[in-house]
Ligand binder design. Structure first.
Ligand code: PA5
Length: 445
């Protein structure tokens, strides 16, 4: 079963000729990507990744995951941005947003190094007390401050708890294949390492060891995940937008942007998609938000947020459009029972499944928002399987690349991320930043 883009709710918002006028731009973006002549062309390893990946490493990931599952109560994934969001999003989507609370024979999984909050890290340290832990430090550069701090803290805890020799067997590093501080440290200490390929940026890395090791530890089928992505790789290579839903979605985003929409809101009706929203926001925000351009990516989960942001979407400033992801088959079903007294007045729903009600909420909301001049495009997905997730990941990665080229940006760099780092290092007194420190402190005083 494949993903399907539904443009039915867009009829009033986009006329047929608007798609036609976008086709040459889509073709141009496609040619640029395929010929590998566009900006950021040294970061295109994700395009063929579903077919062209390191099979030996893939097998090693499965072996390591099986070992971790046997000797670990808590697996800590240390990373930030693209080095963490994909793994967490996939695990919560495939297993549950309450994964740690489920009855299961796989380790609990916690995430560290994605903030500089001492409160969050100290809390996690105390959760780990008395339990067997293993850690996966993930950093392509090997120098990112947030994960580096968490890694230092947990390495010390592991070495105290198990001694250096046993700790070594419980520390896994995912980083550059040959260079960087983390690779050097891992080789010196004898930690098992996995590779972030040179030609794949963080936000496109979920189907590399960056995502696959934690996903496999959680007991998900990574073969099926890659198979789903492979399916999408085959499906989304035709430059004709009438034959390629992924490219049509990229065209729709640019049509909306050109009409003055400033924000795209991704919508789902499933809480297990919440972290996928975060992954999607990083993918599009970091890829397109540059050179003074780009849609601001935002997210909501309905019907939850219909009771908060729903008011704004229905009635506030008309600058947004919605991309809804709808799942045909729920993971679990609940049917509404009979109450002889009908005290809550819900007997009209008797015998109906909650998923049926959820889908009516979607239809009613899509019509209401469309009536309120908020365009809706809908991506239908069959279920919550690994195969479907592989398709969703690849669909959005490729759409993001095409959309970014159509917008006229380099979708594969992130120059803006450096600004806060430079200031923070200067204010912290990192050697080499002395002049900047003085200038920033003068501004602060
Ligand atoms: O997408 C990106 O490139 C970023 O989000 C990085 O993944 C993030 O900044 C972490 O970088 P690193 O993996 O080098 O620690």
């Amino acid at each position: 079963m494949a993903l399907k883009l539904d443009c039915g709710y867009l009829k009033e918002a986009i006329r047929d000729h608007e798609y036609t006028m976008m086709q040459p731009l889509v073709k141009c973006a496609h040619d640029l990507l395929e010929s590998r002549q566009g900006p950021g062309n040294d970061f295109l390893g994700w395009i063929n990744l579903p077919t062209d990946y390191d099979k030996e490493e893939f097998a090693r990931i499965k072996e390591a995951a099986a070992r971790i599952q046997k000797n670990t109560d808590i697996f800590i994934v240390i990373g930030i941005g693209g080095s963490y969001l994909g793994a967490r999003a996939a695990i919560e989507f495939l297993k549950s947003e309450n994964y740690n609370a489920l009855k299961k024979d796989t380790p609990d999984i916690y995430y560290a190094g994605n903030s500089i909050s001492s409160t969050a890290l100290a809390e996690l340290v105390s959760i780990c007390e008395g339990r067997d832990i293993s850690i996966n430090m993930i950093s392509k550069s090997g120098t990112t401050t947030e994960p580096a701090i968490a890694f230092r803290v947990f390495r010390e805890i592991l070495e105290k708890k198990y001694g250096k020799e046993e700790a070594r067997k419980r520390i896994f590093c995912t980083t550059d294949k040959e260079k960087g501080t983390l690779k050097h440290l891992a080789d010196t200490e004898g930690y098992e390492t996995f590779v972030v390929p040179d030609d794949i940026g963080g936000r496109f890395s979920v189907l590399t060891a960056v995502g696959l090791l934690p996903i496999a530890v959680a007991g998900c089928d990574i073969d099926a995940l890659m198979a789903g992505a492979r399916k999408a790789q085959e499906m989304y290579c035709d430059p004709d937008i009438e034959k390629n839903d992924c490219y049509k979605y990229a065209a729709i985003r640019n049509i909306q942007y050109n009409k003055g929409r400033t924000s795209e809101v991704i919508v789902s009706y499933e809480p297990c998609f919440n972290m996928m929203n975060e992954w999607w926001k990083q993918l599009f925000g970091e890829s397109e938000g540059k050179d003074g351009k780009g849609l601001f990516p935002n997210s909501v989960t309905f019907s939850t947020d219909l009771h908060s942001l729903g008011q704004y979407i229905q009635d506030g400033r008309r600058r947004i459009f919605e991309t809804v992801i709808q799942f045909e088959k729920p993971k679990h079903e609940i049917v509404i029972g009979h109450d002889p007294d009908n005290v809550d007045g819900l007997n009209f729903l008797e015998g109906k499944s909650m998923d049926y009600i959820n889908k009516k909420a979607f239809q009613g909301t899509a019509l209401a928002h469309t009536d309120g001049s908020i365009p809706n495009v809908v991506l239908h997905a069959p279920d919550f399987s690994e195969d479907t997730l592989g398709q969703i990941i690849y669909f959005f990665e490729k759409a993001c690349a095409i959309s970014g080229y159509m917008l006229g940006v380099n979708p594969f760099d992130q120059p803006g991320v450096e600004s806060y780092k430079k200031n923070m290092f200067a204010l912290l007194g990192k050697p080499g930043y002395e002049e900047a420190k003085a200038a920033l402190e003068a501004r602060l005083s």
